[in-house]
Write a protein that binds this ligand. Structure first.
Ligand SMILES: [Fe+2]
Length: 272
């Protein structure tokens, strides 16, 4: 996966990215949308294709039903300007799984548990749109200027709610993720209520929504494809409320791509 994908991007793209980066730095989070990403025609087609591919995601067997997921992680190297994706482990049924670790200090429901997810297919990992999102998000974090190697995690998650059966994001409370930066991009939202993002100061981590004063919460919704946000995990905590199926619908869906970045070692490229 090559790095210099934005060499030919228009000036307005870089100006917008600088604005998003400022918001992230000042508020601990920033929102942006499809217009800010300046998609090419082929990237627009990738969006439709991701929407289709997400329909065959398997159920995430960790936690309550309704959450379907595939995951992959890879090592980004400053030297090669590429990401080397992990290959995962072949299962007896032929599927390929990959381990996912999250510390218990960040994940009250599954912290310390090695969760196993279907490895994201190379078809998805090679999509131009996914590449664009990764490099865009990485540039917002500023981490590429400070580290030689980073761990990049990518989840494709389809929350599927049925009448009377909401789909819940885990953990179902305010929390931090443990990865220094995480970006979330909406792929599809159809026939659902909820799935709203709530941002609060970091000391409310592990609190239920009711325990946090309303004036401390910033709330927003990803509505349209590629409505997005990025969070600085040290600066804030976040909560996503359950996804509820619309009254007159037989099924409701909220599908996202989540991209996170963590250093693999101490900062070693700080300016002198
Ligand atoms: Fe989270």
């Amino acid at each position: 996966m090559g790095w210099n994908i934005f060499t030919n991007a228009p000036d307005s793209y870089h100006l917008t990215a600088a604005h998003i980066r400022n918001s992230l730095h000042q508020q601990g989070f920033a929102t942006f949308n499809a217009a800010d990403l300046d998609l090419s025609d082929s990237e627009k087609i990738d969006l439709i294709s991701l929407c289709e591919l997400s329909k065959s995601l398997p159920l995430d067997r960790f936690g309550e039903g309704g959450r379907h997921r595939s995951y992959c992680e890879g090592i980004w190297s400053w030297e090669t300007e590429t990401i080397d994706w992990k290959t995962g482990y072949q299962q007896p049924d032929g599927s390929i799984e990959i381990d996912y670790h999250q510390g218990s200090e960040y994940q009250p429901e599954f912290g310390g548990v090695v969760r196993k997810f279907l490895r994201m297919s190379d078809e998805i990992l090679n999509k131009g749109l996914l590449n664009k999102l990764i490099w865009h998000d990485l540039s917002l974090t500023g981490m590429a200027e400070h580290y030689s190697r980073l761990l990049c995690g990518v989840h494709l998650i389809r929350m599927q709610a049925l009448p009377g059966k909401p789909a819940k994001i885990t953990p179902n409370c305010f929390h931090r993720d443990g990865q220094p930066f995480t970006a979330v991009h909406l792929i599809e939202r159809c026939n659902v209520e909820g799935g709203a993002t709530h941002i609060a100061p970091p000391y409310y981590a592990n609190c239920q929504l009711e325990a946090v004063p309303a004036h401390e919460i910033t709330r927003f919704l990803l509505n349209d494809p590629l409505d997005s946000y990025i969070i600085d995990d040290a600066a804030i905590c976040h909560y996503i409320n359950p996804v509820i199926c619309d009254e007159n619908a037989s099924v409701g869906v909220r599908t996202i791509i989540l991209i996170d970045f963590s250093p693999l070692e101490q900062s070693d490229r700080c300016p002198q």
